[in-house]
Design a protein around this ligand. Sequence first.
Ligand SMILES: C[S@@+](CC[C@H](N)C(=O)[O-])C[C@H]1O[C@@H](n2cnc3c(N)ncnc32)[C@H](O)[C@@H]1O
Length: 268
Amino acid sequence: MGLDCYKYGTKNNHRRWAWNQIIRMSHKKPQELIVAYLAGPDDIDREIAIQKGFKDCNLIAIDADVMKVNKIKQLKRPAICIDIVDFIRNWTGNPPIDIIIADLCSGLTRKVAKDFMTSCFDSTGLASPTVIYINLMRGRDQVGGLYSKQFTEEVGINNLFKHRGFQFFTHLTWHYYQWMLQQYHGSNITYFIEDIVIDAMVKNMVPIYNSYKSKNKKTIMDSAIFKYYPLGPTNVIKDRDIGCKLAALKAWRTMRINNIKGFAPCAK
Ligand SMILES: C[S@@+](CC[C@H](N)C(=O)[O-])C[C@H]1O[C@@H](n2cnc3c(N)ncnc32)[C@H](O)[C@@H]1O
C-alpha cells in the first residue's frame, strides 16, 4: 500500500454507502451496468462492485498514474491511463457508460468544475441517465476556495453552502443552463429554459449529498451523486489519439468477453 491509502474506517463506510446509492439510482441491474471509475492504488471499488453483482469486464478502471493502471492490467482487467475528462469526452456509444465514479479527492477548482462538466456535455458515450458520483475536498485547497468564491458571486448563490458536492451540482446546472441558452439562442424555447433546467435538477437528477472526515480527521470530503441526462448530439471534434487508445481498450474487452485467441473469459 502506498502513501495514498484509501483503506480506513470513514472512507470504507462512505464507499459502501456510495455504491448502495449508485445501485439504487441506476435504471438497470448491476450485471448490466458499465462503470468508468477512478481506481486509486488498491482498486478497492472493484472488489465491492463485484460483490454487488457487477461484471469484472464492465468495470473500466481509469487513473492518470500509469503504475496504478499497470497493476490492474497485469490482473487482466480493463484499465486505462488517461485523464477522466478526456475519457468522458472521447468515449463513443458502444457500450454507453452507465456510471461514472469520480473519486477525485481534490478541491473544486475551475478546471475540475468546468472541464468535467463540459466533457459530460460534449460526450456521445453516456447512457441516459448516467449516474455520476463526485468526491471533492473541502477547504485546505486555496485554489478551489477561490473558484468557489468567484462562482458563488457570479451566480449570486450564498457562499454559506460550503459543501463541495452541492457546489459542484449547482455549477453543473448553471453551466447546463448556459449551454442550453447558447444552443437555443434566438428561439422561443429560451423563455422556458429556466423552468426546464429547474425541473431537470429537482425531479430528474435527484442529487444526494454526503460528507466524511479523511484519515487525518481534519479534512472534510464532500460528495454528490446524481443522475445525468445527456443533452443530445454534439458536434465536438474528438481527439484522434485518444480515440485510438479507447478503441484498443474496447477491442481488448471484446476479446476477453468472447474468449477470442486464448484471452481468458471474464471472471464473472
Ligand atoms: C482518491 S483516489 C481513488 C480511490 C478509490 N476510489 C478508493 O476508494 O480506493 C483517486 C485516483 O484518481 C487519480 N486521479 C485523480 N484525478 C484524476 C484525473 N483527472 N484523471 C485520471 N485520474 C485521476 C489519482 O491518481 C488517484 O489514484
